[in-house]
Design a protein around this ligand. Sequence first.
Ligand SMILES: [Zn+2]
Length: 318
Amino acid sequence: MKKILTFLLSLVLLFAIIYSPDLVAKEASSDLEVHFIDVGQGDSILVKSDGENMLIDGGKRVASEIVVNYLKEEEVEDIKYIVGTHPHEDHIGGLIEVLENFNVENIMMPDVLNNTIVFEDLLNAIERENLKIKKPLVLDNFNIGNSQATVLAPNSKKYSLTNDYSIVLKLQNGENSFVFTGDAEKESETEMVEAHKSILKADVLKIGHHGSKTSSSAEFVDLIDPDYAVISVAKDNGYNHPNKDILERFKDKDIKIYRTDKDGSVVARSDGENIQFTKKIISPDVRDIFNGISEKLADIKDNLFIKYLTKKIKPQTM
Ligand SMILES: [Zn+2]
């Protein structure tokens, strides 16, 4: 019996090491979940509220499987809104397979074309699904479950940079709010500062353009004034993302930064008053180990219980 107890204790310890509290995605009874999915270099954000879902970007085409599997694991079947923030591959590439695997009600993209095969393939996929692209107007509103999304950008019809066409959304859930910037750069940020000064403040900012120095201008960050910021970026990405000075700008303001290259997929849960961040393990290896241990523990527990019932062993106090 002592041996079994020692074995059980060491398993519990092993659990504690693999699944430190920081890494466990806690089940909170919250209204809104925002999943910043680790897709390497690119963006993909799943928003879940009261049974409705929105997907902001789908990562690169090579990340399609990651995104589709992530959504399936989250038991997503219907997507009320897909938002393709702008037509660059690291944002729209994965959306083609998402359209093929899920029931999508609406797709929203800015009024700009891109001369790439992936963009053409996306347009074809949208047509196959009999969808029509919605081109948002500034201050348009729509609901995802209990939360309300408002379009903050683009504020102009023409930009010199494709990134500045990025659809920027503010999502409000009770007192909690998020701003998702796509790859909007300084020109779009300046327009938002001028046009929407009074509504920019948010608790969480998805940092623009993977933390590049061409986004996150001081005035824009000052007005958002977030407690948390998230950067969606790959390790050793070759673009020098995120930029050191930009990271400093957020650190100087004591804004807690989560990065998908370091933290993996990150989930923010909001109950309308508070926001709690957790990191989600998506490594299949770690998951397999965890599932293996869970099954073994269940077997041991069952065996002990059967032995106890058949009085082969006497219960002991620890
Ligand atoms: Zn990008």
